[in-house]
Structures are given as C-alpha cells and as structure tokens.
Design a protein around this ligand. Structure first.
Ligand code: 13P
Ligand code: SF4
Length: 299
C-alpha cells in the first residue's frame, strides 16, 4: 500500500490535518501539514478549522491540542506515547506542594499532563519561558517540572524560582565533556543547545533555545557548521532548509524513544479508524485551558 497517497486521500475526505513535532521520524515530518515546536503546534491546534487533528507527538501535545480545541476530534497515531519529563510530577504531589507554599505562582512547562496544567497559573514552553517568567518576576514562583529550564531562568535573571526535580533524560544526560570533545573535533562549529540541558551546558553554547529557535538561528546564520544539542529529529528540517551546511549531533544518545514510535502505517490506521482519540475530563480541561490561554496571552 502507498501510505502517503492513502493518508492524503483520507485527510481530504475527513477534513483532517496532521501536526508533527520536529522530533518525529523524517517520513512523519514530511507528511505533516504543520511541523513545529511545542508552542507553534499549540497555536495551530487552537486556530485550525479542521474537524480532525492528528497529532504526531507525545501525549501531552495531543492533550494540549484537545484542551485548546475541545470541539475538534484529536487523534494520536499510537496508543502509548508518554513523555518522561511529564511523568516526573503527579497532581497529588503538586497539590501537597501548593498547600505548603500558598504564596508561590505555579508555572508549568507545557510538557506536563492535563491535571498538572489544571493546577497551574500559567503554562510555558521553551520558546516563551523567559518572557513569561519575566512577567512574574516580582512574585515567588514554582517552575515545574523541568529543573534545568528553571535553573536557567533563575540564574539568568535572578528571580525567586523554586523548582521541581524533573528533567528530560536525553537532554539532562548531555555533559560538558560532550561539548569539549565535539568542539575539538569541529572547532569552527557553533554550539546550539536546548535549555532542557543542564545550565552549565547552556553557558558553553553560542545559542540556547527551543527547537524552533535553533532552526531559526541556523536559517539566519552565515556560518556553515553547527553542533546540535537536542533530539536528532531536528536534523531533518535543518538539513532540508540548509543543504550546504553541516550538522553534528552533540551526543549520539539524543533520541527520544517515545517520539520515534509513530510510523506511516500508524498514521494511516489512525485516520482510517479514527483512533486513538484524546479525551480530557471537562473540569480538568477548563482549568488547564485557563493556564494555556494565559500562556498564549503573555507570549
Ligand atoms: P520544544 O518543542 O518546546 O522545543 O520542546 C522540546 C521537547 O522536549 C518537546 O518534547
Ligand atoms: Fe519528553 Fe524529552 Fe521526549 Fe521531549 S524529548 S518528549 S521532554 S522525553
């Protein structure tokens, strides 16, 4: 079967769009109507007038689309797509924290499950975290669950930020030695790192920012070589847009196994059978929407 042809037919027939994150497999990125980072994809999910959204990403991304667009059918091509970082915090733990720290504004990374967003004052993504945190700079803040992004913001600006002990393992595993080794191998390359990496690594980078931020930086740069400190899926778009530039992954371990579970066959089955549908309990959804709308307002 020619999955690409069949997917395109089904998309038209059912008034569906496919959204894909930059960490998806190359062939999934290629069939997407919209490719983006967590922030851009949430904006598209909110604005789209399609009837069905097929989200090629992990669970929190599909949930975010559903929270922002409750009248649309949001489908994910694979049933089990957790995010390690999102699972580093539970609502029970956050409720206890809030009881003990009633004076803290709760800012949660979009990489959280819906119940955590519902307990939060505002969400952020890696592309708008610093701007939004600046808005709350005179307040006491809890930033959850990514300790590295919290640390980056706290140390960069000196805000009063308490943080959770969560992380994205693939970014957190990057080391200063990785940067030193790769710089020795490619002395002319610029180092671009996602802020989910540890603070000391962002300090060695020529640029620290979201996946879209990294892509925009490369597209605009007149340099030819780049060391990339984020998930390997981003290389597809970087090479496509910059065929004459060279890219080196900071560490070969930069693979998110959950992001790589979706195949073309899964996307075809998802559209054909309208599975696996994302649902969010309405009372949780309404509260989570407030935190996401606040993010969109402040971005
Ligand atoms: P961004 O899409 O905000 O760059 O975040 C990366 C990520 O970890 C998504 O899972
Ligand atoms: Fe979660 Fe990390 Fe995978 Fe992003 S790369 S989905 S933060 S585990």
């Amino acid at each position: 079967m020619n999955y690409i042809e069949e997917i395109n037919k089904l998309k038209k027939e059912k008034n569906a769009i496919i959204l894909a994150h930059y960490y998806q497999k190359d062939e999934i990125q290629d069939i997407a109507d919209y490719l983006g980072d967590s922030y851009n994809l949430s904006v598209i999910a909110k604005k789209s007038d399609a009837k069905i959204i097929v989200f090629c990403g992990v669970k929190f991304m599909g949930e975010t689309a559903k929270i922002l667009s409750p009248d649309k059918k949001v489908l994910m091509p694979h049933k089990v797509l957790p995010c390690k970082m999102a699972n580093d915090i539970t609502s029970k733990e956050l409720i206890e924290y809030k009881k003990k720290n009633p004076d803290r504004v709760i800012i949660s990374y979009v990489n959280t499950n819906a119940d955590i967003k519902a307990l939060s004052d505002c969400c952020v993504t890696s592309s708008n975290a610093l701007k939004i945190l600046e808005h709350y700079k005179d307040k006491k803040i809890l930033y959850c669950p990514d300790k590295n992004l919290a640390n980056y913001a706290a140390k960069t600006y000196g805000y009063d930020i308490d943080f959770w002990n969560g992380n994205c393992n693939i970014h957190d595993n990057l080391t200063v030695d990785d940067v030193i080794k790769m710089k020795e191998l490619h002395p002319n390359a610029l180092v671009l790192i996602h802020p989910e990496a540890r603070y000391e690594l962002t300090q060695l980078a020529d640029y620290a920012g979201s996946t879209k931020g990294i892509i925009d930086y490369v597209n605009k740069s007149d340099k030819d070589e780049f060391i990339i400190g984020t998930e390997r899926g981003i290389l597809h778009e970087l090479k496509k847009k910059n065929p004459n530039k060279k890219f080196y992954l900071l560490n070969e371990c930069l693979t998110c196994k959950f992001m790589k579970l979706i195949s073309l066959e899964d996307v075809y089955n998802c559209l054909k059978n309208e599975e696996f549908e994302i649902t969010v309990d309405e009372s949780i959804r309404k509260d989570a929407q407030k935190a996401l709308d606040k993010m969109l307002e402040l971005s």
